[in-house]
Design a protein. Structure first.
Length: 295
């Protein structure tokens, strides 16, 4: 542990911390308190126009809005399926690549490539694939499966599921790399001892790999929850919340309320609700993980 003996040492530490602290306060703390303040006001977001204090009216109106309730359900579906698929698939890929089989570097790069691109670019890519005259329907028609072709992003039965699929596809490589790094921290001696005891690959996976990776798996799940709750660009690029608002998330509704409908107070209220949801889900999942560790 480092002991600071003089005020000069403390001043030096403060000088190093100060730039990051200023950025943190200016771009996070101040906007956060600003959002909380505006969420209790009726304001159109235009400088110079009057700001009317309305208390919790924005929050009440938001929760009475069926569109917002639907967006919460959509967000819940995205979080659920992201957690169910992202980390397990990423773990299997990480274990397979960690065996260093022939061509493992190629597969590592291929799986990681989607992570390099911003979600906006990925959304546009898959939009052109799933649009009614897009690549997927053209391929289905070419192989004689024209009956399966449909408007994937404009059909109410498939639009949300299609976006969930794209979100899962885009994130697997990111968590795979994190888990590969985690696998390198497991000592080879543990696996060698298991081999001597006659343990199969399946037993080593469930009794060595997963237990040793629990802290990293927990971190991946927490990051996945936070990242999915904040998804905006994927929805905005692929469907803009359509058809008829069926694929809206709280993030897209927040944007529309604040910048399309000039209802900055209501948009800020949705933003605060998103923050609270992210905090509750994060703390809740972290608590569950800690309980499982203690068993």
């Amino acid at each position: 542990m480092v002991h600071l003996k003089t005020k000069k040492d403390k001043s030096k530490i403060l000088l190093f911390i100060l730039p990051a602290l200023i950025i943190y306060v200016v771009f996070l703390i101040i906007p956060l308190f600003g959002a909380i303040y505006f969420s209790t006001a009726d304001w159109n977001g235009i400088m110079g126009t009057p700001i009317k204090f309305v208390g919790l009216q924005n929050y009440l109106s938001v929760f009475k809005d069926p569109a917002f309730i639907l967006s919460l359900k959509n967000m819940g579906r995205m979080v659920f399926f992201s957690v169910i698929f992202h980390t397990p698939i990423a773990l299997l890929l990480a274990v397979a690549i960690n065996t260093k089989c022939r061509g493992y570097r190629f597969f590592k790069v291929m799986y990681f490539i989607p992570t390099i691109f911003p979600l906006t670019a990925i959304g546009l890519l898959w939009y052109f694939i799933f649009m009614p005259n897009g690549s997927l329907n053209s391929l289905l028609e070419a192989v004689g499966l024209a009956t399966l072709a449909k408007g994937w992003l404009i059909d109410s039965a498939t639009a949300m599921n299609t976006i969930i699929f794209v979100n899962i596809w885009a994130g697997i490589g990111y968590y795979m790399v994190i888990l590969i790094a985690g696998l390198t921290t497991i000592p080879d001696e543990i696996y060698e001892a298991a081999d001597i005891d006659g343990a199969t690959a399946t037993k080593k996976f469930f009794h060595i790999t997963i237990p040793m990776l629990k802290p990293i798996l927990s971190m991946c799940i927490l990051m996945d929850i936070i990242g999915t709750v904040k998804v905006f660009d994927l929805i905005f690029v692929m469907t803009e919340g359509g058809p008829n608002g069926l694929t809206n998330l709280p993030t897209t509704l927040m944007y529309y309320e604040a910048f399309r409908y000039d209802n900055y107070g209501r948009g800020s209220a949705i933003g605060v609700i998103i923050l609270i949801i992210a905090l509750v889900l994060t703390i809740g999942s972290d608590f569950i993980m800690d309980k499982r560790k203690d068993r």
